[in-house]
Structures are given as structure tokens and as C-alpha cells.
Design a protein around this ligand. Structure first.
Ligand SMILES: *[C@@H]1O[C@H](CO)[C@@H](O)[C@H](O)[C@H]1NC(C)=O
Ligand SMILES: *[C@@H]1O[C@H](CO)[C@@H](O)[C@H](O)[C@H]1NC(C)=O
Length: 219
């Protein structure tokens, strides 16, 4: 009987057919149509020069981000300010220092959270699409309604970010791997004195987080 073996082959053949039918339903994730782009994590260390605009109040800032060092520093120069620069020095143990050397004034704040992780934007980021930002073709995300973040489609570098308060930072240069020398991170001694007008006020909670140029408590 020539036909006898056919029923024995059938299960194998139908399994193969089933497998072939399922293949087009499981494409690689990267090829999935309509998958939103995700924000590029920050490099562990960088130096960025920023122009900041807070409702017309302009400043130039150097941002030194140092994730392995657990620290983040903004050195800010307000337009035509006689007492520049102003420092916003944030540490991963949750302490921030805000000081103006020209006036020997310092405040500290216990923010309660560490500095932003390199991938801080990724969890919970909502993709808004592609937009032009000053001539740069950008992917745009928002997070928790607190920040809108523009990243260059081609270079993956941040171009600008806007906080819900209206504070806008434009990235003028972005130097990957640049590290500020240790001595420049040291908060001045008047941040640690107990008396006089320079005394540091430590407070719990997020009360001073809005002074940070990146309000990490909400991101
Ligand atoms: C801009 O804001 C800073 C910080 O609040 C302030 O010290 C500075 O005086 C402001 N500049 C002008 C021109 O108002
Ligand atoms: C955080 O670290 C800095 C630098 O080591 C230190 O001066 C500060 O007191 C620390 N803050 C806390 C709450 O441990």
C-alpha cells in the first residue's frame, strides 16, 4: 500500500506549516512598525555649556555631570551680574549646595534623592514626535509633565530641555567624557560654618529642590 505512511508524516508536516504561518507574526522588535524612539542615556561624564532662559532672565551655565563620581555641578553666570558665578553643587547622597563665592553666601538642602541617573529620562518618558529646535531635527519626549526634552535625531545629543516652570536650557556644546578636577567640586568652607550670615540651612524634603537647575526630585 503506497499511501500507508502518509498519516504518519502528517503531524510533522502540519507542525512545519503552523511554524511557517506564525513566522511573519513575530518580527524582531527593532523592525516593529510604529515603535517609538527612546531617549539616549546621558554619557556617564560630560561637560555641557548651556544658555538658560527663565522668562527673559538669561544665564550661561557650565554643566558638569559626573555619574561615577556621584556629583553634578552647574556653574551659572547671570547676565551682567556683578556677583557671578553662582554654584549649584549636587551630590548623590541627596545634599545640594548653592553658593556665591563673591558674597561668601551658601545654602544647602537635603533633597532626599541622588543625582539623575544617566537613563533618568527613559522610565515613563512619553514620545511626542519629531520637531525642529532652532534648526535641529529632534526627537521630543516629555516626562511626568515636568520636562520636555529635545534630542538631535542624527547625533543623539541633547539640544534643549524645557521645564514646566518655563526654564529653558539650550545646549551649546556637549563634551562627552570631560571631567572637572576634584578640587573644583569642593563646597567652600563657609557652607559648613554654624553661625553668621553664611550658615548653611539644612532642610528635609523637596523644599529647595526647585532651586536646582534640574529638579531631580520630580524626575
Ligand atoms: C536673574 O535671576 C537670578 C536668580 O534669581 C538673579 O540673581 C538675577 O538678578 C536675575 N537677573 C535679572 C537681570 O533680573
Ligand atoms: C554628602 O556628601 C558631602 C561630601 O562628601 C558631605 O559634605 C555631606 O555632608 C554629605 N551629606 C550627607 C547628608 O551625608
Amino acid at each position: 500500500m503506497a499511501m500507508a505512511p502518509a498519516p504518519l508524516l502528517l503531524p510533522a508536516v502540519s507542525s512545519l506549516l503552523l511554524f511557517l504561518c506564525l513566522l511573519p507574526l513575530a518580527p524582531p522588535a527593532s523592525a516593529a512598525a510604529g515603535a517609538d524612539p527612546t531617549p539616549t542615556p546621558w554619557p556617564p561624564q560630560f561637560h555641557a555649556k548651556l544658555i538658560m532662559d527663565y522668562h527673559g532672565n538669561l544665564s550661561l551655565a557650565d554643566l558638569w555631570y559626573d555619574w561615577p563620581g556621584g556629583r553634578n555641578l552647574h556653574v551659572i553666570r547671570y547676565q551682567l551680574a556683578a556677583d557671578e558665578p553662582y554654584f549649584d553643587n549636587e551630590w548623590n547622597n541627596g545634599t545640594s549646595f548653592f553658593y556665591t563665592p563673591a558674597r561668601r553666601t551658601c545654602r544647602s538642602a537635603a533633597v532626599g534623592v541622588g543625582i539623575l541617573r544617566p537613563d533618568w529620562l527613559l522610565p515613563g518618558a512619553v514620545y511626542l514626535g519629531r520637531r525642529d529646535a532652532g534648526g535641529f531635527d529632534c526627537h521630543v519626549w516629555t516626562k511626568a509633565d515636568f520636562i520636555t526634552y529635545y534630542e538631535d535625531v542624527n547625533t543623539k545629543r541633547p539640544v534643549k530641555w524645557v521645564f514646566y516652570t518655563g526654564r529653558t536650557s539650550y545646549v551649546m556644546s556637549f563634551e562627552v567624557g570631560a571631567v572637572l578636577e576634584d578640587a573644583a567640586w569642593q563646597a567652600p568652607e563657609y557652607c559648613f560654618t554654624k553661625d553668621g550670615e553664611t550658615s548653611a540651612k539644612i532642610r528635609e524634603g523637596h523644599s529647595h529642590d526647585e532651586d536646582s537647575f534640574i529638579p531631580r526630585g520630580v524626575l
